[in-house]
Design a protein around this ligand. Structure first.
Ligand code: AMP
Length: 401
């Protein structure tokens, strides 16, 4: 499903485009419409499924298309950790870039200056607040937070918040909110205490369950942590390291598929590209040659990550980190079909480290990082956290006003 079909505001579609999202992930396809229709939601969806945009997009759309009082908080998102607060505020910054909706991340552990900035935003009114519970209570206790116009409440990673003992804090924050509002509850798991919270909070909710399957055990998953410019020399090295009979290389964008294929053709690899710009005839011919082993390597966008069923693909290479965890699982699932062994290697550039860490979280394990051979020069360290926060902590309220 594409985002235009969902009837989202043009300014929002521009933001989506600039983030490089082309189609809705399964959780987005399921929750955006009910949220637009004003329903309460309880969704079990993990990090890596695109759940942040699943609630931000319809909320932004509703904020753009309905009236709300100026200088009042309109949407409140409560999350367990500062990292998640920053990450959501950053996603908001991207998706909402062409709108004038203001957003601030409110979390503990910062310096005195950040408290003052938060206080200023909360008392003069910011449209959207993403907060950790303890810090929000500290502000609420001071009496200047404008909560009377909160129309949307999101609890994200609610199971983690309960595990961390935030139940009372959450209920206290909610006691400041108007009774009439839309409630959205996201949680990776649904233990009984989550059901209790849902019963207390939600009215006639739509229940959504995004079950993410794990990749088959027999796939050997590996990754190279590299600088972007090391990817091409390294992929040539990997392809030359063994006489592979069938390889698929995935790229997220058509443009990258075309460039990489041209580059590898020049290096005389038996390779073709496949993506939605190709005429049907050409696509079929390429697939046939690949099936018949006339062609060894395919370079594809994610259109091939679902559905194709060709046995004996020995190696899947992710030339870039897929945008969400499910695409990763679908991509690497092209190898090791029918119980055979297969290898999946992902190239992670510095800018992609955080995205890959979200995928590892979804997988519930770390993927082995292989050493980049010395001949390619020094490679970056894998430290996704240090690549996570923008300098201002995703605080666009500071930027805009
Ligand atoms: P989340 O589960 O919200 O942490 O999102 C995981 C990753 O998926 C983030 O890097 C998002 O930017 C990315 N993402 C979310 N929605 C889409 C989409 N529709 N298309 C491509 N990437 C997406």
């Amino acid at each position: 499903m594409n985002f235009r079909e969902l009837g989202l505001d043009e300014k929002l579609l521009e933001g989506i485009d600039s983030m490089g999202y082309e189609t809705a992930t399964p959780v987005q396809a399921q929750v955006i419409q009910p949220i637009l229709a004003g329903k309460d939601i309880i969704a079990s969806a993990q990090t890596g499924t695109g759940k942040t945009a699943a609630f931000l997009l319809p909320i932004i759309h509703k904020m753009l298309t309905s009236h709300h009082a100026a200088h009042q908080i309109n949407a409140l998102i409560i999350v367990p950790t500062r990292e998640l607060a920053i990450q959501i505020a950053e996603t908001m910054e991207g998706l909402g870039y062409f709108t004038d909706i203001s957003c601030i991340a409110v979390y503990g552990g910062g310096d005195g200056n950040s408290f003052v900035t938060e206080k200023k935003a909360l008392s003069s009114g910011v449209d959207m607040v993403v907060c950790t519970p303890g810090r929000m209570i500290a502000h609420l206790n001071m009496g200047y937070v404008k909560m009377k116009e909160v129309n949307y409440l999101v609890l994200d990673e609610a199971d983690r918040m309960l595990d961390m003992g935030f139940n009372d804090d959450i209920m206290k924050i909610i006691s400041f909110l108007p009774k009439q509002r839309q409630n959205l509850l996201f949680s990776a798991t649904m233990p009984p205490k989550m059901r209790d919270l849902a019963r207390k909070l939600l009215k006639d909710p739509v229940e959504i369950n995004i079950a993410v399957s794990k990749p088959p055990e027999q796939i050997v998953q590996q990754a190279y942590v590299v600088y972007e410019q090391q990817k091409i020399p390294l992929i040539k090295f990997v392809l030359n390291s063994k006489d592979y009979t069938r390889v698929i290389i995935f790229c997220s964008k058509k443009q990258n598929v075309k460039q990489l294929t041209a580059e590898l053709k020049r290096a005389k690899f038996s390779i073709e590209e496949i993506h939605s710009d190709l005429l049907q005839d050409k696509r079929e011919k390429v697939m046939q040659d690949y099936r018949n082993k006339k062609l060894k390597i395919l370079v594809a966008t994610d259109i091939l990550s679902r559905g194709i069923d060709i046995e004996e693909i020995e190696l899947v290479i992710n030339f870039d980190v897929p945008n969400d965890g499910e695409d990763y699982i679908h991509r690497i699932g092209r190898t090791a079909r029918a119980e055979s062994q297969g290898t999946a290697i992902t190239f992670i550039s510095e800018a992609e480290q955080r995205k890959f860490a979200a995928i590892e979280e979804l997988l519930g394990k770390q993927v082995d990082k292989i050493l980049v051979p010395q001949e390619f020069g020094e490679a970056p360290a894998y430290s996704p956290r240090s690549h996570s926060a923008s300098k201002n902590g995703g605080n666009r309220w500071q930027k805009r006003r």
